[in-house]
Design a binder for this molecule. Structure first.
Ligand code: CTP
Length: 435
Protein backbone atom coordinates (compact mmCIF):
# COMPACT_ATOMS: atom_id res chain seq x y z
CA UNK A 1 0.00 0.00 0.00
CA UNK A 2 2.99 2.28 0.57
CA UNK A 3 3.50 2.41 -3.20
CA UNK A 4 -0.14 3.52 -3.66
CA UNK A 5 0.33 6.32 -1.12
CA UNK A 6 3.41 7.40 -3.04
CA UNK A 7 1.32 7.77 -6.19
CA UNK A 8 -1.01 10.32 -4.55
CA UNK A 9 -0.76 13.99 -5.55
CA UNK A 10 2.26 15.90 -4.15
CA UNK A 11 -0.15 17.84 -1.87
CA UNK A 12 -1.61 14.66 -0.38
CA UNK A 13 1.88 13.25 0.12
CA UNK A 14 3.01 16.41 1.86
CA UNK A 15 0.00 16.25 4.19
CA UNK A 16 0.55 12.57 4.98
CA UNK A 17 4.30 12.95 5.51
CA UNK A 18 3.83 15.97 7.80
CA UNK A 19 1.09 14.17 9.75
CA UNK A 20 3.30 11.10 10.04
CA UNK A 21 6.29 12.96 11.42
CA UNK A 22 4.06 14.95 13.80
CA UNK A 23 2.46 11.72 15.05
CA UNK A 24 5.86 10.25 15.79
CA UNK A 25 7.19 13.31 17.54
CA UNK A 26 4.02 13.66 19.64
CA UNK A 27 3.84 9.96 20.47
CA UNK A 28 0.31 9.30 19.14
CA UNK A 29 -0.91 6.86 16.53
CA UNK A 30 -2.74 8.00 13.42
CA UNK A 31 -4.43 6.05 10.61
CA UNK A 32 -6.12 6.66 7.29
CA UNK A 33 -9.64 5.28 7.68
CA UNK A 34 -12.99 4.90 5.94
CA UNK A 35 -13.87 5.09 2.27
CA UNK A 36 -10.45 6.31 1.18
CA UNK A 37 -8.85 3.00 2.25
CA UNK A 38 -11.47 1.08 0.26
CA UNK A 39 -11.00 3.35 -2.76
CA UNK A 40 -7.20 3.11 -2.65
CA UNK A 41 -7.46 -0.69 -2.55
CA UNK A 42 -9.90 -0.62 -5.46
CA UNK A 43 -7.50 1.59 -7.38
CA UNK A 44 -9.94 4.53 -7.54
CA UNK A 45 -9.34 8.28 -7.16
CA UNK A 46 -8.87 10.00 -3.82
CA UNK A 47 -10.53 13.30 -2.99
CA UNK A 48 -10.55 13.89 0.75
CA UNK A 49 -8.65 12.27 3.58
CA UNK A 50 -10.10 10.86 6.81
CA UNK A 51 -7.59 10.36 9.59
CA UNK A 52 -8.32 8.68 12.92
CA UNK A 53 -6.14 9.72 15.85
CA UNK A 54 -5.64 7.57 18.92
CA UNK A 55 -5.57 10.66 21.13
CA UNK A 56 -6.80 14.24 20.88
CA UNK A 57 -7.69 14.81 17.20
CA UNK A 58 -8.35 18.54 17.64
CA UNK A 59 -4.97 19.22 19.25
CA UNK A 60 -3.30 17.12 16.56
CA UNK A 61 -5.06 18.94 13.72
CA UNK A 62 -4.22 22.35 15.15
CA UNK A 63 -0.50 21.47 15.36
CA UNK A 64 -0.53 20.01 11.85
CA UNK A 65 -2.25 23.12 10.48
CA UNK A 66 0.55 25.16 12.12
CA UNK A 67 3.21 23.02 10.41
CA UNK A 68 1.46 23.21 7.02
CA UNK A 69 0.67 26.92 7.50
CA UNK A 70 -2.91 26.18 6.60
CA UNK A 71 -6.28 26.89 8.18
CA UNK A 72 -8.33 24.49 10.24
CA UNK A 73 -11.76 24.28 11.85
CA UNK A 74 -12.56 22.41 15.06
CA UNK A 75 -15.83 20.82 16.10
CA UNK A 76 -15.60 20.26 19.86
CA UNK A 77 -18.99 18.56 20.10
CA UNK A 78 -17.76 15.70 17.89
CA UNK A 79 -14.05 15.71 18.82
CA UNK A 80 -13.21 16.33 15.18
CA UNK A 81 -11.28 18.92 13.19
CA UNK A 82 -10.72 19.71 9.53
CA UNK A 83 -7.47 20.99 8.06
CA UNK A 84 -7.63 22.83 4.74
CA UNK A 85 -4.47 22.58 2.68
CA UNK A 86 -4.49 24.12 -0.81
CA UNK A 87 -7.56 22.51 -2.44
CA UNK A 88 -7.59 19.58 -0.05
CA UNK A 89 -9.62 18.84 3.01
CA UNK A 90 -8.38 16.48 5.71
CA UNK A 91 -10.77 15.38 8.45
CA UNK A 92 -9.36 14.31 11.81
CA UNK A 93 -11.39 12.39 14.37
CA UNK A 94 -10.45 10.93 17.70
CA UNK A 95 -10.72 7.14 17.42
CA UNK A 96 -13.94 6.30 19.26
CA UNK A 97 -16.55 3.80 20.12
CA UNK A 98 -20.26 4.57 19.88
CA UNK A 99 -23.10 3.89 22.28
CA UNK A 100 -26.63 4.05 20.82
CA UNK A 101 -29.41 4.96 23.25
CA UNK A 102 -32.15 4.63 20.58
CA UNK A 103 -32.28 3.40 17.01
CA UNK A 104 -31.85 6.11 14.41
CA UNK A 105 -30.50 8.87 16.68
CA UNK A 106 -26.85 9.93 16.75
CA UNK A 107 -24.88 7.89 19.28
CA UNK A 108 -22.91 8.97 22.35
CA UNK A 109 -19.20 8.50 21.77
CA UNK A 110 -16.12 7.89 23.90
CA UNK A 111 -12.45 7.67 22.88
CA UNK A 112 -11.23 4.20 22.07
CA UNK A 113 -8.50 2.33 20.24
CA UNK A 114 -8.53 1.91 16.47
CA UNK A 115 -9.83 -1.66 16.69
CA UNK A 116 -13.05 -0.46 18.36
CA UNK A 117 -13.32 2.55 16.09
CA UNK A 118 -13.33 0.26 13.06
CA UNK A 119 -15.81 -2.13 14.65
CA UNK A 120 -18.51 0.56 14.90
CA UNK A 121 -18.49 1.16 11.14
CA UNK A 122 -21.06 0.25 8.49
CA UNK A 123 -19.50 -2.43 6.30
CA UNK A 124 -16.31 -4.48 6.50
CA UNK A 125 -15.02 -2.89 3.29
CA UNK A 126 -15.24 0.49 5.05
CA UNK A 127 -13.67 -0.81 8.26
CA UNK A 128 -10.05 -1.02 7.21
CA UNK A 129 -7.25 1.41 8.02
CA UNK A 130 -3.79 2.28 6.78
CA UNK A 131 -1.05 3.01 9.32
CA UNK A 132 0.59 6.40 8.97
CA UNK A 133 3.19 6.37 11.74
CA UNK A 134 6.78 5.89 10.68
CA UNK A 135 7.45 2.17 10.78
CA UNK A 136 3.76 1.36 9.97
CA UNK A 137 3.51 3.80 7.06
CA UNK A 138 1.31 2.28 4.34
CA UNK A 139 0.50 -0.90 6.28
CA UNK A 140 -3.11 -2.10 5.77
CA UNK A 141 -4.89 -2.89 9.04
CA UNK A 142 -7.76 -5.28 8.50
CA UNK A 143 -9.31 -6.68 11.70
CA UNK A 144 -12.63 -7.65 10.11
CA UNK A 145 -11.67 -9.31 6.81
CA UNK A 146 -12.64 -6.26 4.76
CA UNK A 147 -10.03 -7.03 2.13
CA UNK A 148 -11.44 -10.48 1.51
CA UNK A 149 -14.97 -8.99 1.13
CA UNK A 150 -13.62 -6.31 -1.16
CA UNK A 151 -12.03 -8.96 -3.36
CA UNK A 152 -15.25 -11.00 -3.40
CA UNK A 153 -17.42 -7.94 -4.05
CA UNK A 154 -19.42 -8.37 -0.83
CA UNK A 155 -21.07 -5.90 1.51
CA UNK A 156 -21.14 -7.29 5.04
CA UNK A 157 -22.21 -5.50 8.23
CA UNK A 158 -20.07 -5.87 11.33
CA UNK A 159 -22.91 -6.73 13.69
CA UNK A 160 -26.58 -7.71 13.70
CA UNK A 161 -27.96 -4.35 14.87
CA UNK A 162 -26.06 -2.25 12.35
CA UNK A 163 -29.05 -1.24 10.14
CA UNK A 164 -31.28 -0.71 13.15
CA UNK A 165 -28.85 1.47 15.07
CA UNK A 166 -28.08 3.55 12.03
CA UNK A 167 -30.79 3.09 9.38
CA UNK A 168 -29.00 5.42 6.97
CA UNK A 169 -26.80 2.36 6.36
CA UNK A 170 -29.68 0.91 4.35
CA UNK A 171 -29.26 3.80 1.93
CA UNK A 172 -25.47 3.68 2.06
CA UNK A 173 -25.45 -0.07 1.51
CA UNK A 174 -27.62 0.18 -1.58
CA UNK A 175 -25.48 3.04 -2.86
CA UNK A 176 -22.23 1.07 -2.51
CA UNK A 177 -23.84 -2.04 -3.95
CA UNK A 178 -24.82 -0.21 -7.12
CA UNK A 179 -21.70 1.93 -7.34
CA UNK A 180 -19.33 -1.03 -7.21
CA UNK A 181 -21.74 -3.68 -8.59
CA UNK A 182 -21.28 -5.61 -5.32
CA UNK A 183 -23.70 -7.97 -3.57
CA UNK A 184 -24.92 -8.09 -0.02
CA UNK A 185 -23.57 -11.12 1.82
CA UNK A 186 -26.62 -13.38 2.54
CA UNK A 187 -26.87 -12.63 6.29
CA UNK A 188 -26.50 -8.89 5.63
CA UNK A 189 -29.15 -9.13 2.92
CA UNK A 190 -31.54 -10.70 5.43
CA UNK A 191 -30.81 -8.04 8.06
CA UNK A 192 -31.33 -5.37 5.43
CA UNK A 193 -34.73 -6.77 4.49
CA UNK A 194 -35.80 -7.03 8.13
CA UNK A 195 -34.71 -3.47 8.89
CA UNK A 196 -36.44 -2.17 5.75
CA UNK A 197 -39.69 -3.87 6.67
CA UNK A 198 -39.61 -2.17 10.09
CA UNK A 199 -39.52 1.22 8.33
CA UNK A 200 -36.65 2.28 10.57
CA UNK A 201 -35.69 5.09 8.20
CA UNK A 202 -38.62 6.98 9.70
CA UNK A 203 -36.58 7.25 12.91
CA UNK A 204 -33.83 9.26 11.24
CA UNK A 205 -33.89 13.06 11.17
CA UNK A 206 -35.06 14.52 7.82
CA UNK A 207 -31.79 16.40 7.41
CA UNK A 208 -29.70 13.24 7.61
CA UNK A 209 -32.08 11.56 5.15
CA UNK A 210 -31.74 14.52 2.79
CA UNK A 211 -27.93 14.25 2.90
CA UNK A 212 -28.14 10.54 2.05
CA UNK A 213 -30.64 11.20 -0.73
CA UNK A 214 -28.31 13.81 -2.21
CA UNK A 215 -25.44 11.27 -2.09
CA UNK A 216 -27.64 8.82 -4.01
CA UNK A 217 -28.57 11.44 -6.58
CA UNK A 218 -24.90 12.28 -7.10
CA UNK A 219 -24.01 8.68 -8.01
CA UNK A 220 -23.23 8.13 -11.70
CA UNK A 221 -26.50 6.21 -12.13
CA UNK A 222 -28.88 7.24 -9.35
CA UNK A 223 -31.79 5.36 -10.87
CA UNK A 224 -30.09 2.02 -10.16
CA UNK A 225 -29.96 2.89 -6.44
CA UNK A 226 -33.52 4.18 -6.43
CA UNK A 227 -34.73 1.03 -8.18
CA UNK A 228 -32.99 -1.11 -5.58
CA UNK A 229 -34.65 0.90 -2.80
CA UNK A 230 -37.96 0.63 -4.61
CA UNK A 231 -37.58 -3.16 -4.61
CA UNK A 232 -36.87 -3.07 -0.88
CA UNK A 233 -40.00 -0.88 -0.50
CA UNK A 234 -37.78 1.69 1.18
CA UNK A 235 -38.59 4.81 -0.79
CA UNK A 236 -41.19 5.56 1.89
CA UNK A 237 -38.41 7.57 3.57
CA UNK A 238 -39.08 10.27 0.97
CA UNK A 239 -42.85 9.91 1.04
CA UNK A 240 -45.30 7.02 1.23
CA UNK A 241 -46.65 7.92 -2.22
CA UNK A 242 -43.25 7.83 -3.92
CA UNK A 243 -42.69 4.80 -6.13
CA UNK A 244 -40.90 4.12 -9.37
CA UNK A 245 -42.70 2.54 -12.30
CA UNK A 246 -41.79 2.03 -15.94
CA UNK A 247 -42.62 5.63 -16.71
CA UNK A 248 -40.16 6.82 -14.08
CA UNK A 249 -37.51 4.54 -15.56
CA UNK A 250 -38.09 6.10 -18.98
CA UNK A 251 -37.96 9.62 -17.53
CA UNK A 252 -34.65 8.96 -15.77
CA UNK A 253 -33.23 7.52 -18.97
CA UNK A 254 -34.35 10.53 -20.97
CA UNK A 255 -32.90 12.89 -18.34
CA UNK A 256 -29.56 11.07 -18.54
CA UNK A 257 -29.40 11.35 -22.29
CA UNK A 258 -30.59 14.99 -22.28
CA UNK A 259 -27.96 15.87 -19.65
CA UNK A 260 -25.26 14.09 -21.67
CA UNK A 261 -26.35 16.05 -24.77
CA UNK A 262 -26.21 19.31 -22.79
CA UNK A 263 -22.73 18.55 -21.37
CA UNK A 264 -21.44 17.61 -24.82
CA UNK A 265 -22.99 20.47 -26.74
CA UNK A 266 -22.89 23.46 -24.41
CA UNK A 267 -19.42 23.42 -22.95
CA UNK A 268 -19.60 27.18 -22.30
CA UNK A 269 -22.88 27.05 -20.38
CA UNK A 270 -22.71 26.50 -16.67
CA UNK A 271 -22.70 22.95 -15.28
CA UNK A 272 -26.14 21.58 -14.41
CA UNK A 273 -27.10 20.68 -10.85
CA UNK A 274 -28.38 17.23 -11.73
CA UNK A 275 -29.49 16.52 -8.16
CA UNK A 276 -32.40 18.93 -8.55
CA UNK A 277 -33.39 17.43 -11.91
CA UNK A 278 -33.46 13.89 -10.48
CA UNK A 279 -35.24 15.09 -7.38
CA UNK A 280 -37.96 16.62 -9.55
CA UNK A 281 -38.22 13.32 -11.45
CA UNK A 282 -38.87 11.47 -8.19
CA UNK A 283 -41.38 13.98 -6.86
CA UNK A 284 -43.22 14.86 -10.06
CA UNK A 285 -46.05 12.40 -9.28
CA UNK A 286 -46.92 14.31 -6.09
CA UNK A 287 -49.03 17.45 -5.81
CA UNK A 288 -47.43 20.90 -5.84
CA UNK A 289 -48.31 21.41 -2.18
CA UNK A 290 -46.92 18.06 -1.15
CA UNK A 291 -43.66 18.76 -3.00
CA UNK A 292 -43.29 22.12 -1.31
CA UNK A 293 -43.90 20.66 2.13
CA UNK A 294 -41.44 17.77 1.57
CA UNK A 295 -38.69 20.06 0.31
CA UNK A 296 -39.05 22.24 3.34
CA UNK A 297 -39.30 19.27 5.76
CA UNK A 298 -36.00 17.89 4.43
CA UNK A 299 -34.41 21.33 4.56
CA UNK A 300 -33.42 21.62 0.92
CA UNK A 301 -31.82 24.97 0.08
CA UNK A 302 -34.00 27.77 -1.22
CA UNK A 303 -32.44 27.58 -4.71
CA UNK A 304 -33.09 23.83 -4.89
CA UNK A 305 -36.67 24.28 -3.72
CA UNK A 306 -37.32 26.95 -6.34
CA UNK A 307 -36.00 24.75 -9.16
CA UNK A 308 -37.99 21.66 -8.18
CA UNK A 309 -41.27 23.49 -7.60
CA UNK A 310 -40.88 25.48 -10.82
CA UNK A 311 -40.48 22.20 -12.70
CA UNK A 312 -43.74 20.88 -11.27
CA UNK A 313 -45.54 24.11 -12.20
CA UNK A 314 -43.86 24.34 -15.60
CA UNK A 315 -44.75 20.86 -16.88
CA UNK A 316 -48.41 21.82 -16.65
CA UNK A 317 -47.85 24.69 -19.05
CA UNK A 318 -45.55 23.07 -21.56
CA UNK A 319 -48.15 22.88 -24.30
CA UNK A 320 -47.72 26.66 -24.61
CA UNK A 321 -44.35 26.28 -26.27
CA UNK A 322 -45.06 23.07 -28.10
CA UNK A 323 -45.86 25.16 -31.16
CA UNK A 324 -43.82 26.92 -33.78
CA UNK A 325 -42.88 30.11 -32.00
CA UNK A 326 -40.98 33.26 -32.77
CA UNK A 327 -37.61 33.37 -31.02
CA UNK A 328 -38.68 36.15 -28.70
CA UNK A 329 -41.73 34.18 -27.53
CA UNK A 330 -39.53 31.19 -26.77
CA UNK A 331 -37.20 33.48 -24.88
CA UNK A 332 -40.04 35.06 -22.93
CA UNK A 333 -41.45 31.71 -21.96
CA UNK A 334 -38.19 30.12 -20.85
CA UNK A 335 -36.07 33.01 -19.60
CA UNK A 336 -37.20 32.80 -15.99
CA UNK A 337 -36.68 29.06 -15.67
CA UNK A 338 -33.37 27.58 -14.52
CA UNK A 339 -31.37 25.54 -17.03
CA UNK A 340 -32.18 22.52 -14.85
CA UNK A 341 -35.92 23.08 -15.28
CA UNK A 342 -35.57 23.62 -19.02
CA UNK A 343 -33.54 20.45 -19.39
CA UNK A 344 -36.19 18.59 -17.41
CA UNK A 345 -38.89 19.88 -19.80
CA UNK A 346 -36.76 18.72 -22.71
CA UNK A 347 -36.46 15.23 -21.26
CA UNK A 348 -40.06 15.07 -20.05
CA UNK A 349 -41.84 16.16 -23.18
CA UNK A 350 -42.10 14.37 -26.50
CA UNK A 351 -43.52 17.45 -28.23
CA UNK A 352 -41.60 17.97 -31.44
CA UNK A 353 -41.84 21.77 -31.45
CA UNK A 354 -41.17 22.05 -27.76
CA UNK A 355 -37.94 20.11 -28.05
CA UNK A 356 -36.87 22.16 -31.10
CA UNK A 357 -37.68 25.39 -29.25
CA UNK A 358 -35.65 24.30 -26.25
CA UNK A 359 -32.71 23.31 -28.45
CA UNK A 360 -32.90 26.77 -30.04
CA UNK A 361 -33.06 28.37 -26.60
CA UNK A 362 -29.93 26.61 -25.36
CA UNK A 363 -28.05 27.17 -28.63
CA UNK A 364 -28.93 30.80 -29.27
CA UNK A 365 -30.99 32.50 -26.62
CA UNK A 366 -29.79 31.20 -23.28
CA UNK A 367 -26.84 33.52 -22.89
CA UNK A 368 -28.05 36.41 -25.01
CA UNK A 369 -27.62 39.90 -23.59
CA UNK A 370 -27.20 43.40 -24.94
CA UNK A 371 -23.77 44.98 -25.21
CA UNK A 372 -25.45 48.26 -24.30
CA UNK A 373 -25.74 49.02 -20.59
CA UNK A 374 -27.35 51.77 -18.51
CA UNK A 375 -24.02 53.64 -18.53
CA UNK A 376 -24.25 53.93 -22.35
CA UNK A 377 -27.69 55.51 -22.09
CA UNK A 378 -26.30 57.97 -19.56
CA UNK A 379 -23.38 58.77 -21.88
CA UNK A 380 -25.95 59.51 -24.59
CA UNK A 381 -27.51 61.97 -22.10
CA UNK A 382 -30.83 60.13 -22.22
CA UNK A 383 -33.15 60.88 -19.33
CA UNK A 384 -34.96 60.07 -17.14
CA UNK A 385 -32.94 57.09 -15.89
CA UNK A 386 -36.18 55.56 -14.57
CA UNK A 387 -36.82 54.42 -18.16
CA UNK A 388 -33.44 52.67 -18.61
CA UNK A 389 -34.65 49.27 -17.42
CA UNK A 390 -37.56 49.19 -19.85
CA UNK A 391 -35.43 50.53 -22.67
CA UNK A 392 -32.79 47.82 -22.23
CA UNK A 393 -35.47 45.14 -22.02
CA UNK A 394 -37.02 46.37 -25.27
CA UNK A 395 -33.56 46.50 -26.80
CA UNK A 396 -33.02 42.83 -25.92
CA UNK A 397 -36.35 42.00 -27.50
CA UNK A 398 -35.33 43.92 -30.65
CA UNK A 399 -31.96 42.19 -30.67
CA UNK A 400 -33.63 38.77 -30.66
CA UNK A 401 -36.31 39.76 -33.18
CA UNK A 402 -34.18 41.70 -35.64
CA UNK A 403 -30.87 39.97 -34.98
CA UNK A 404 -29.03 43.24 -34.22
CA UNK A 405 -25.33 42.86 -34.69
CA UNK A 406 -22.78 44.86 -32.72
CA UNK A 407 -23.02 47.73 -30.30
CA UNK A 408 -23.38 50.42 -32.95
CA UNK A 409 -26.65 48.94 -34.21
CA UNK A 410 -27.82 48.53 -30.62
CA UNK A 411 -27.15 52.17 -29.78
CA UNK A 412 -29.13 53.38 -32.79
CA UNK A 413 -32.00 51.07 -31.86
CA UNK A 414 -32.02 51.97 -28.19
CA UNK A 415 -32.23 55.68 -29.03
CA UNK A 416 -35.38 55.04 -31.07
CA UNK A 417 -36.79 52.88 -28.30
CA UNK A 418 -36.07 55.52 -25.71
CA UNK A 419 -37.86 58.18 -27.72
CA UNK A 420 -40.93 55.95 -27.99
CA UNK A 421 -40.92 55.22 -24.28
CA UNK A 422 -40.42 58.86 -23.45
CA UNK A 423 -43.45 59.88 -25.49
CA UNK A 424 -45.58 57.20 -23.90
CA UNK A 425 -44.55 57.66 -20.29
CA UNK A 426 -43.70 61.35 -20.18
CA UNK A 427 -46.51 62.88 -22.31
CA UNK A 428 -45.86 66.36 -20.90
CA UNK A 429 -42.12 66.21 -21.42
CA UNK A 430 -42.04 67.28 -25.06
CA UNK A 431 -40.19 65.39 -27.74
CA UNK A 432 -36.67 65.54 -26.42
CA UNK A 433 -35.73 62.78 -24.00
CA UNK A 434 -32.25 64.22 -23.42
CA UNK A 435 -31.05 66.08 -20.36
N1 CTP B 1 -19.53 5.43 8.35
C1 CTP B 1 -20.31 4.48 9.02
N2 CTP B 1 -21.67 4.61 9.08
C2 CTP B 1 -22.27 5.70 8.52
C3 CTP B 1 -21.50 6.67 7.86
C4 CTP B 1 -20.12 6.50 7.78
O1 CTP B 1 -19.75 3.51 9.51
N3 CTP B 1 -23.58 5.85 8.59
C5 CTP B 1 -18.06 5.25 8.32
C6 CTP B 1 -17.59 4.31 7.22
O2 CTP B 1 -16.43 3.65 7.70
C7 CTP B 1 -17.23 5.24 6.08
C8 CTP B 1 -16.64 6.42 6.84
O3 CTP B 1 -17.43 6.50 8.04
O4 CTP B 1 -16.31 4.67 5.20
C9 CTP B 1 -16.67 7.72 6.08
O5 CTP B 1 -18.00 8.05 5.74
P1 CTP B 1 -18.36 8.84 4.42
O6 CTP B 1 -17.31 9.83 4.12
O7 CTP B 1 -19.76 9.29 4.54
O8 CTP B 1 -18.40 7.68 3.35
P2 CTP B 1 -17.37 6.98 2.41
O9 CTP B 1 -17.27 5.55 2.84
O10 CTP B 1 -16.10 7.72 2.28
O11 CTP B 1 -18.21 6.95 1.05
P3 CTP B 1 -18.25 7.94 -0.19
O12 CTP B 1 -17.26 7.35 -1.13
O13 CTP B 1 -19.64 7.83 -0.68
O14 CTP B 1 -17.91 9.30 0.33
Amino acid sequence: MKSKLEKLSPEFQKILQSASSLANSSGCKIFLVGGIVRDLLLGGGVFDLDIAVEGDAIAFASRLAGRLRSSYAKHHAFGTATVYFKNHKIDFATARTEIYSHWGVLPKVRPAELCEDLKRRDFTINAMAIGLNQGDYGKVIDFYAGLSDLNKGLLRVLHQESFLEDPTRILRGVRFKERFSFKFEPCTQELLKQASSKEVLNLVSPHRLRDELICILKEPDPFKCLKSLNRLKSLYFIDKKVFLDKQAAVLFKRINSAAAWYDRTFKNHRKLDKVTIYLAAILIILSQRKIESLLSKFGFKKGERIIVTSIKKGVGLLSQIDKKKEPYRIYEYLKDYSFEAILFFYAYSRGKHLRKNIEYFFKTLACISTDTKGRDLKDMSLAPSALYGRALQSLLKAKIKKGLNGKEQELKEVEKIFKRLYKKHMPCGGNNPRV
